[in-house]
Design a binder for this molecule. Structure first.
Ligand code: SF4
Length: 481
């Protein structure tokens, strides 16, 4: 049976469709970010139902159980039930599950809900497939719309679903695309019934519009160290090299001009750390009297957490700091609240402290300078002209700029891989510490749960700052002044 998710899979790559049916065990493990997207889609889907309240829920646990509800759907259609959720339509071996279906003034209205800020071509193909099945089923007349998150929505005192969503009619687009659907479905059916996998090479289609879950399987012939071991080259360029038969790092080094990429390649091929001493000295500047190590916990929730925030707007939650004093490390935690229900005083305390110490203290973060600077601007509007005097260094930049290249640091220059690089004898402790940090960072934050979450946040922030302080010291010792 071809559902809309299989249709979109087949549209991206027929081999993926074949493998999904015939070799599902070859799939990559599902990533945390994919799981988070599923969770978000489900949450937004539920929320969109509030636009059409009091509907009848027809959701079932899986495609096979939808087959059993076919007679139920026919009954609701015959009775012209005003609002239905998750409505399955079956035609031949195609299954379309419409998120919301309403009946108003003699017309059926079908709505597909997307947890994104805009409508992509993939979403149009998605609803086009649904429209094809619904038309073939015989439902008429029907209007089709996509409901997506309004990028201009700003949370006021109360969450307002009507303002949070945009409802966009898409019939015009659908009717242009519909004639292409039958040929695509024939190709997909043929692929599913074939005895061997279609011959399709790897390419950018393995990543867009969605990361394919057979990437590990299809790329396994590319031996390491390959061009996927380095950053700084676009995916398009990487696949162009592969097409030319140059998948290995040693094959591409001579074709590249960029010194940063060449440094990274040399580091991996020689299995050595390469340091650009002069650039590092310039980067660190004069040694400060005091360094304040900092971690900002933040999220970008689809549904804003605070008043005056937009969907997916970056929302800082807590700042952790550590300062090394003569005999001890002093930790501080500051909750960042722009919500009037909870005071913002604590974060102002941090800013005032940093501001008053700006000539002798350097703030050291990892990959978070782009969050910290707007925060300073937001909270210190009255002292804006002095903000440039606050001394911030972001240690991730030395890896991005290839001032420090090491073969075991990943292509994202993640904090975890840098910590592992400098603490190679503590693999198990690091693994455990990052389980906690990642849980705190990845799980959706709710202010209503703050009492239960506080300890995990505090502990994670302290661990992060201690590792950061260790990396800072290690690097300074390595620079030859
Ligand atoms: S990894 Fe690429 S080639 Fe392989 S199935 Fe997925 S999209 Fe197709």
């Amino acid at each position: 049976m071809i559902s809309k998710s299989l249709f979109i899979r087949g549209l991206q790559c027929l081999k993926s469709l074949y493998l999904h049916k015939n070799r599902p065990y070859l799939r990559d493990p599902i990533s945390k970010s994919t799981l988070a997207k599923f969770r978000r889609g489900h949450e937004i889907g539920k929320l969109a139902q509030e636009l059409f309240p009091d509907g009848i829920q027809l959701a079932r646990p899986g495609p096979k159980s939808y087959l059993k509800s076919a007679s139920l759907v026919s009954a609701h259609i015959a009775q012209q039930t005003p609002v239905l959720y998750e409505v399955p339509f079956i035609h031949e071996d195609f299954l379309a599950i419409m998120d919301i279906l309403t009946f108003q003034n003699g017309t059926w209205n079908a709505f597909e809900v997307k947890s994104s800020l805009s409508i992509s071509d993939t979403y149009l193909w998605d609803i086009c497939f649904q429209a094809y099945v619904i038309q073939a089923y015989g439902l008429s007349p029907v209007t089709f719309s996509i409901i997506h998150i309004n990028p201009e929505y700003v949370l006021q005192d109360r969450f307002n679903p009507a303002a949070f969503f945009n409802i966009v009619p898409v019939e015009k687009e659908i009717y242009q695309m519909l004639p292409e659907i039958p040929a695509k479905l024939i190709a997909m059916r043929d692929t599913l019934n074939a005895t061997t996998s279609p011959e399709i090479s790897v390419g950018t289609h393995c990543h867009y519009p969605y990361p394919c879950d057979f990437t590990g399987h299809c790329h396994k012939h590319i031996k390491e160290p390959s061009i996927f071991s380095i950053s700084g080259i676009t995916l398009e360029e990487k696949y162009q090299f592969i097409e030319e038969g140059k998948s290995q790092l040693r094959d591409v080094a001579e074709h590249l001009q960029n010194t940063q990429i060449i440094n990274r390649i040399h580091s991996i091929l020689s299995n050595q750390t390469i340091i650009q001493n002069r650039e590092m000295i310039e980067f660190f500047g004069n040694p400060p009297d005091q360094v304040c190590f900092i971690k900002i916990f933040h999220q970008s929730p689809a549904i804003p957490l605070h008043r005056n925030k937009k969907p997916f707007e970056l929302t800082p939650i807590m700042i952790s700091t550590a300062e090394n004093q003569i005999h001890e490390t002093v930790f501080n935690e500051y909750l960042i609240e722009v919500d009037e229900r909870i005071s913002s005083k604590t974060f102002h305390d941090f800013l005032s402290k940093m501001f008053s110490q700006r000539h002798k203290t350097k703030i050291c973060c990892f990959g978070e300078k782009h969050i910290l600077i707007p925060l300073f601007h937001f909270y210190m509007r009255e002292n804006e002209s002095f903000i440039h005097e606050i001394n911030i260094i972001d240690l991730q930049e030395i890896f991005e700029l290839a001032y420090y290249c090491a073969p075991d640091i990943d292509t994202e220059y993640s904090f975890q891989s840098v910590v592992r690089h400098f603490n190679s004898d503590k693999a198990q402790i690091i693994h455990k510490d990052f389980e906690l940090i990642n849980k705190v960072s990845d799980d959706p934050f709710k202010y209503s749960d703050i009492d239960g979450l506080k300890d995990s946040y505090i502990q994670s922030g302290r661990i992060w700052c201690l590792y950061l302080s260790g990396i800072y010291k290690n690097i300074l010792q390595l620079i030859d002044t």
